[in-house]
Design a protein around this ligand. Structure first.
Ligand SMILES: C[S@@+](CC[C@H](N)C(=O)[O-])C[C@H]1O[C@@H](n2cnc3c(N)ncnc32)[C@H](O)[C@@H]1O
Length: 296
């Protein structure tokens, strides 16, 4: 089913299942001691989707699945380290207000050593927020910051909901939008950045990613499709992302006055000491960058 305005989901359906998928990769990266996220695995288990339980049990379809899993684990380690480092640098600079957009099963509010007085806002659809909060509470997890959750759709008036939750637009803020943009319509992506800029005084920071092509999400080539299936994905990923031309993230942010630095994911793989692959999948992600921006 293609996306529709106002569609909703939980962590086992539609776009919500992508949050469970990335948390499953974080669980594997945590087991491999590449990152420190003890909550990813229990959260994925609590969602209970069979394909991710199988992946955590090591029950994969025969073929190249193990190599694929290792690559996915390394990819998630690179990504998690990038956004963790971004947030640590932001708090080191004195920022004490954080907004995690599309937080999914991100457990940073429970696992990062936030300086005293840090307020973290998490925004996602209500079904996603409620499940994570209730599950972590039942697991005995306690937030390491002053956590305020905001259950709202990012295609709607989320700035109003954020302000109602106590967000201070006069305080420099660090924003992350990790794994979100492709699930927003192109115009909602632009609006998201417009709203962030309007809510950000000088000294604010933003991290996100830039995907030059959506080709990696379309199952038009057999190899890519087989790879997803070997890993147990039965959903058609192409139906979860919004098609159409979208703004170049780096240029768009620069146009709003941000000073932007992009890091090629391929180079980050090498910087982290992980094997570089030279195949169709790499080609589809060519030019993908993690992006950090600052407002002066
Ligand atoms: C791939 S997951 C990434 C989750 C998290 N940032 C992470 O990296 O673990 C995509 C997330 O975007 C959220 N999302 C996508 N579109 C959204 C929307 N319109 N409103 C609120 N949340 C949205 C989903 O609920 C999901 O949690």
């Amino acid at each position: 089913m293609a996306r529709t305005n106002g569609d909703t989901w939980d962590l086992a359906s539609g776009v919500g299942a992508t949050a469970t998928a990335v948390a499953a990769s974080r669980a594997l990266a945590n087991r491999a001691t590449l990152i420190d996220d003890p909550w990813a695995e229990p959260l994925v288990k609590a969602v209970g989707m069979e394909m991710f339980l199988r992946m955590l049990d090591g029950h994969l379809q025969p073929g190249h699945a193990e190599t694929d899993v290792q690559r996915m684990t390394h990819g998630m380690a690179v990504r998690t380290r990038y956004f963790d480092d971004f947030l640590t640098t932001a708090t080191d600079s004195g920022i004490r207000q954080i907004v995690i957009l599309a937080s999914g099963l991100d457990a940073r509010s429970y696992r990062l050593p936030w300086p005293a007085g840090t307020v973290v806002f998490e925004i996602d659809q209500p079904g996603v927020i409620d499940f994570k909060v209730a599950t972590l509470e039942s697991l005995g997890a306690t937030a390491t910051a002053d956590l305020r959750t905001v259950g709202v759709d990012l295609r709607d008036d989320w700035p109003a909901a954020l302000r109602s939750a106590g967000f201070d637009p006069a305080a420099p803020t660090a924003w992350i939008a990790e794994g979100l943009l492709i699930y927003l319509p192109p115009e909602a992506q632009d609006r998201l950045f417009d709203h962030i800029a309007a809510l950000s005084p000088a000294g604010s920071r933003l991290a996100t990613e830039f995907m030059p092509s959506m080709g990696a999400f379309h199952s038009d080539d057999q190899d890519g499709e087989d790879r997803w299936r070997r890993l147990g994905f039965n959903d058609d990923l192409a139906e979860l992302v919004y098609p159409g031309e979208r703004s170049h993230v780096i240029e768009y942010l620069a146009g709003l006055g941000w000073q932007v630095t992009g890091s090629l994911v391929q180079e980050l793989f090498e910087d982290n000491g992980f094997d570089h692959h030279d195949d169709d999948m790499t080609e589809k992600f060519t030019g993908m960058q993690y992006v950090s921006a600052t407002l002066h």
